[in-house]
Design a protein around this ligand. Structure first.
Ligand SMILES: *Cc1c(COP(=O)(O)O)cnc(C)c1O
Length: 356
């Protein structure tokens, strides 16, 4: 056992599995690196922090997370630069957001040191798992679950905070067709739409499957009151370029504050674009489409960075958007973010964290 500054016990695997991995054919979320980080909360504090060989864990059927869904997560990536260094992108933003989720779900806060040290040491130990081809990355999944073996309804007294990592291949940015959903909803005011809780995903699977059966890739969620205002695109934030103005719904309690969203808005402002964070209705988007002022529509998120929207389905009609090659802003911002993450473009906003 190695002891580190934060008392992270490190137990290394006796045999790396990396030779079994086909780095040229990576499937999203299927293979996991050699190690995992596990911290244990009990008696009112984070007690044990360990890096262990990735593997199965023994969990009781009465574990409270299974029953009442105290389960939250984050998603981020580690990138390999041309010189072989490993970069994280805005990891402290993930740490802050995890704590916002924790508070809403009555779960314990995680210190910046515990999050950052666990993350940096794990990624450093498994650095061979960070792929280097264009567009590839090591996907990082920090998450927290309640672990009381008790099926009474109350916040758990014990938790685990775990980080696992998974090498992911180049994301083929095939433009998506989206269906504007006017029946099911993702989030309501006063609810948990603004946090990365497992339940937000569970509830979206059935409506998304119905949309996919109708030939769409994703749903455009609308507001719970009137089904008129756009909320998010699948599990991404939604943005529209109309008449050279970048418009995106404002962060509130129904919209997840995406780190990609914030980064895209920051770059747009840097470049002198007009940016509006305000409510935008589907009528406004389709009206712009009719007037030919709708230049771009896209989703933003860690997985794809930018997902171009090729077409929008609404009330039985399909609206085609301009070809992706003509979309100046979304192509430029996708390229610039990739360049910053890979250390090829100046990191003006101090977004890059080097793993040493
Ligand atoms: C994670 C997530 C996003 C994107 O957030 P990023 O920090 O940009 O990855 C957007 N919407 C929802 C609902 C999400 O869960």
């Amino acid at each position: 056992m190695l002891q580190t500054a934060l008392n992270i016990d490190v137990r290394k695997t006796s045999k790396s599995r990396i030779s079994e991995l086909d780095m040229k054919n990576l499937q999203f979320g299927k293979s996991f690196s050699d190690h995992m980080f596990v911290a244990t909360y009990e008696d009112g504090e984070w007690k044990k922090a360990e890096i262990l060989p990735y593997g199965k864990m023994e969990i009781s059927p009465s574990t409270s997370a299974f029953h009442y869904g105290q389960a939250i997560f984050e998603g981020m990536k580690a990138y390999r630069t041309d010189s072989g260094e490993i970069n994280l992108f805005r990891p402290e933003a993930n740490w802050k957001r995890l704590n916002i989720s924790a508070e809403r779900m009555a779960m314990p806060i995680i210190s910046e040191e515990l999050f950052m040290e666990g993350l940096a040491q794990l990624v450093n130990l498994d650095r061979n798992w960070v792929p280097s081809d264009k567009g590839t990355a090591l996907y990082i999944r920090p998450f927290m679950i309640s672990t009381d073996e008790f099926i009474g309804v109350k916040p758990s007294d014990t938790y685990k905070f775990i980080i696992i990592t998974s090498p992911v291949g180049a994301y083929y940015n095939t433009p998506v067709r989206v269906l504007v959903e006017t029946n099911f909803i993702r989030a309501v005011e006063g609810g948990i739409g603004y946090v990365k809780a497992a339940g937000n995903y569970g509830r979206s699977l059935f409506p998304t499957r119905l949309a996919q059966q109708r030939g769409y890739d994703q749903i455009i969620w609308t507001d719970a009151r009137n089904h008129r205002f756009i909320e998010e695109s699948g599990t991404m934030n939604a943005m529209f370029m109309i008449d050279d103005i970048l418009i995106t719904p404002p962060i509130g309690d129904t919209i997840l504050a995406g780190i990609t969203r914030d980064s895209v808005l920051t770059l747009a402002r840097d470049w002198g674009y007009r940016v509006q964070e305000r409510k935008i209705s589907i009528d406004e988007v389709l009206d712009a489409h009719r007037k030919k002022t709708l230049q771009e529509a896209f989703g933003t998120g860690t997985a794809a960075t930018i997902a171009h929207i090729a077409g929008i389905g609404f009330e039985g009609k399909d609206y085609e958007l301009p070809p992706v090659e003509e979309r100046i802003f979304s192509n430029r911002v996708a390229q610039e973010l990739e360049a910053i993450k890979k250390g090829k473009s100046e990191d003006k906003h101090n977004w890059v964290f080097h793993v040493k």
